[in-house]
Design a protein. Structure first.
Length: 253
């Protein structure tokens, strides 16, 4: 057997592991047929498993490791995914209505067109997830995820989160200001200035003096650029926030 084939076989053996708590026969059924309604797969190891279109309705997958698994279009109606790891999993188009995702790890998952109607998401970690439906997070959640994304050096991802925060709460002054900072990172000075001025108006209306002062400092910087209008390096999101005050950072803690 070639070394490459041995490596692939070893990876598959490591990735799909039935722990003591999982039903080995049902796990094999799932992998062979992609159908395992109401199965007990609690704690199963299904890392990188290809379960696209699988029928796992009513299945017990609590504590299962589905990291990087392909669950696109899967039927997970009423499934128990409490505490499951779905880090980086593809859940696009999956049906998770009525499922229990309490305390699940949903970081960096793909949730585009995912049906989460009636799903329980208490304590779930959605940081970095793509396509989060607005109804499963409040404005402050999206704002916080945006700031963290900015800290990671992803201003475009941060802007997407700030846009969602503003779609829920159009008068969210801090989200306008934070989006302005992200746009500034992308050298979009006109966009950054427009957001900063909108934030200034809202902070003034809301009698938020700290926020007003923060916005005005940013506006002054944007309206008085250095002679070299293109910075030598990308502006740092958190350095700027730390420089202008704590009004934005306080939403993170």
């Amino acid at each position: 057997m070639k070394a490459s084939n041995i490596a692939i076989t070893t990876l598959l053996v490591i990735s799909v592991v039935p722990p003591a708590s999982a039903n080995t026969e049902q796990l094999q059924q799932l992998l062979a047929t992609k159908e395992c309604q109401n199965c007990n797969l609690s704690g199963a190891g299904l890392v990188l498993a290809n379960l696209a279109g699988a029928d796992l309705s009513g299945a017990n997958l609590s504590g299962a490791n589905l990291s990087r698994a392909n669950l696109s279009g899967a039927n997970l109606v009423g499934a128990n995914l409490m505490g499951a790891s779905l880090f980086g999993a593809n859940l696009s188009g999956a049906i998770l209505s009525g499922s229990d995702l309490s305390a699940a790890d949903l970081r960096e998952t793909f949730l585009v067109n995912t049906n989460l109607t009636g799903a329980q998401l208490g304590g779930a970690n959605l940081q970095g997830a793509v396509g989060i439906p607005p109804q499963i997070g409040n404005a402050e959640d999206f704002y916080g995820w945006g700031v963290v994304q900015g800290k990671k050096g992803d201003p475009q991802g941060a802007i997407a989160y700030f846009n969602q925060a503003l779609s829920i709460k159009p008068d969210y002054a801090a989200a306008y200001l934070a989006r302005g900072v992200a746009r500034y990172q992308l050298y979009d000075r006109p966009g950054a200035l427009a957001d900063a001025k909108q934030a200034e108006k809202l902070f003034l209306t809301q009698a938020n003096n700290d926020g007003l002062q923060t916005a005005q400092i940013f506006i002054t910087e944007l309206e008085n650029p250095p002679s070299d209008s293109v910075p030598k390096s990308k502006p740092n999101f958190m350095n700027f926030l730390g420089a202008v005050g704590s009004v934005l950072l306080r939403f993170l803690f």
